[in-house]
Design a protein around this ligand. Structure first.
Ligand code: HSE
Length: 456
């Protein structure tokens, strides 16, 4: 057996502790797989006392992260600090010092990935990030290696457990958003400041990374369209259910070759978006409840595949971090060009396929209009959709739940909720039709529009 590979841990919070404990518990099994022992030799954490309580005499604990980065005995640095501030500086310093890096930091890689991967390439070191997307689900490995024969067509995932828990509570218990969020916080899923989760930013970081690996493009978080769940109303979750759908916050990335012709044979485009989405109730992914994650990948050869599991938590994320450590233990001695490329495609083969603006995205829609219940109202609305060449899939009309509306009319009597499902259309066309419908005097409240995906 070879000598142990020496690891330094930057930050021993929830995931760091899990990594330490799983490595200790499964030491022998992991050694048999990796071909050498993986040893956490040093831990850097500002809370030295707490860190010492966790690691005992199993590793040296220091307060200064740089003491760890500068330690020539360490082969790998595991960054578990999070965020894009000091974590970025330390990762770049570790790379410059010739260390391989393992990180679960999706924000860091989604925003600064191009710089970090280039620095790693220049140094001939590996940056591994399985724990950054969907926690314990080995989705990076699946996309990068298991599905490598395929031309990936699309990826769609529930990749934020907090928001999936909230949506599950809203549906199952009829809670409104605020009550479901409070429940998520009571369960310890949502942070005290859950902004990144609720607004879809965390999911956008993750789908940005999956998009890069699926399509061989650079990581481009700034091009992602992001819409969170804060505006969702319980009524729409109910109506969606009556129509055979569930609402999930999906991260979606899709290849759009149909644009090649429109662009005169150019590169087509890539959709990259996060938003609440109606999904047919019979799809497996629609039945992923609570804080669980799931990712659906469609490849041309394999068809549709589904990956399900815990997207966060101490040991599930540690499982992914340690898988990266094992990969590095096996590959560190290989020449850089013989290793699996960091973004699945060879660095010189990345494509410049553009990420499409939301106006160019094609999807179907759920619309809810609060309308005056008068003759001709439905005809005006369907007329606007027809003029925009937007085809209607289903219509449902129910007495409105009531409440005040944006045009100052009292709720209840004489008002209907008109729910329309459309077939696929280009978003820009829907935006124009929505503006026209909204300006009708018989449309009494802001129109609710939620995108819909059949995932078939
Ligand atoms: N806050 C994330 C979630 C986990 O709720 O899924 C870490 O990415």
């Amino acid at each position: 057996m070879n000598t142990p590979i020496q690891v330094g841990l930057l930050g021993i919070g929830t995931v760091g502790r899990g990594t330490f404990e799983v490595l200790r518990r499964n030491r022998e099994e992991i050694r048999r797989r990796a071909g050498r022992e993986i040893r956490i030799a040093k831990v850097a954490d500002l809370d030295v006392e707490r860190a010492r309580r966790i690691v005992g005499d199993g590793a040296e604990v220091v307060a200064d992260a740089r003491a760890l980065i500068e330690d020539p005995a360490l082969d790998i640095v595991v960054e578990l600090i999070g965020g894009t501030g000091i974590a970025k500086t330390l990762v770049l310093e570790a790379i410059a010092a010739g260390k391989h890096v393992v990180t679960a930091n999706k924000a860091l890689l989604a925003v600064h990935g191009t710089e970090i991967f280039a620095a790693a390439r220049a140094q001939g070191v590996i940056v591994a990030f399985e724990g950054a997307v969907a926690g314990g689900i080995p989705i990076i490995k699946a996309l990068r290696e298991g599905l490598t024969a395929n031309r990936i067509e699309w990826v769609a995932g529930i990749i934020n457990g907090t928001t999936n828990f909230i949506l599950s509570e809203m549906r199952a218990r009829g809670l409104d958003f605020g009550a479901a969020l409070a429940d998520a916080q009571a369960h310890g899923y949502a942070e005290a400041d859950p902004t990144f989760d609720i607004e879809g930013i965390d999911a956008a970081h993750k789908v940005t990374l999956m998009s890069a690996i699926a399509f061989g493009i650079p990581v481009q978080f700034d091009k992602a369209y992001v819409e969170g769940i804060g505006g969702l109303q319980a009524a729409d979750i109910r109506y969606a259910e009556q129509l055979g759908y569930r609402i999930k916050l999906l991260g979606i990335t899709k290849r759009r070759d149909d644009l090649k012709a429109a662009r005169g044979g150019g590169a087509g485009g890539i959709e990259l978006r996060v938003h609440p989405t109606l999904v047919p109730s019979q799809r497996l992914v629609a039945n992923v409840e609570g804080a669980m994650n799931a990712v659906v990948v469609h490849g041309d050869a394999v068809g549709t595949t589904l990956y399900y599991g815990k997207g966060a938590g101490s040991e599930p994320t540690a499982s992914a971090v340690i898988a990266d450590l094992v990969d590095i233990a096996r590959l560190a001695s290989a020449e850089a060009h013989h290793r699996v490329p960091q973004l699945a495609f060879q660095p010189g083969a990345l494509a410049d396929t553009p990420v499409l603006p939301i106006a160019d995205v094609v999807t179907s829609f759920y619309l809810r209009l609060v309308v005056a219940d008068k003759a001709g109202v439905l005809a005006r609305i369907t007329g606007i959709l027809a003029e925009a060449e937007i085809s209607i899939d289903a219509v449902l009309q129910r007495p409105s739940a009531g409440g005040a509306d944006s045009k100052g009319q009292a709720g209840g009597e004489g008002r209907s909720d008109l729910i329309i499902l459309t077939h696929d259309t280009v978003e820009a066309r829907m935006q124009r039709a929505l503006a026209q419908m909204q300006s009708l005097p018989t449309v009494l409240a802001p129109i609710v529009r939620i995108r819909k995906e059949e995932l078939s």
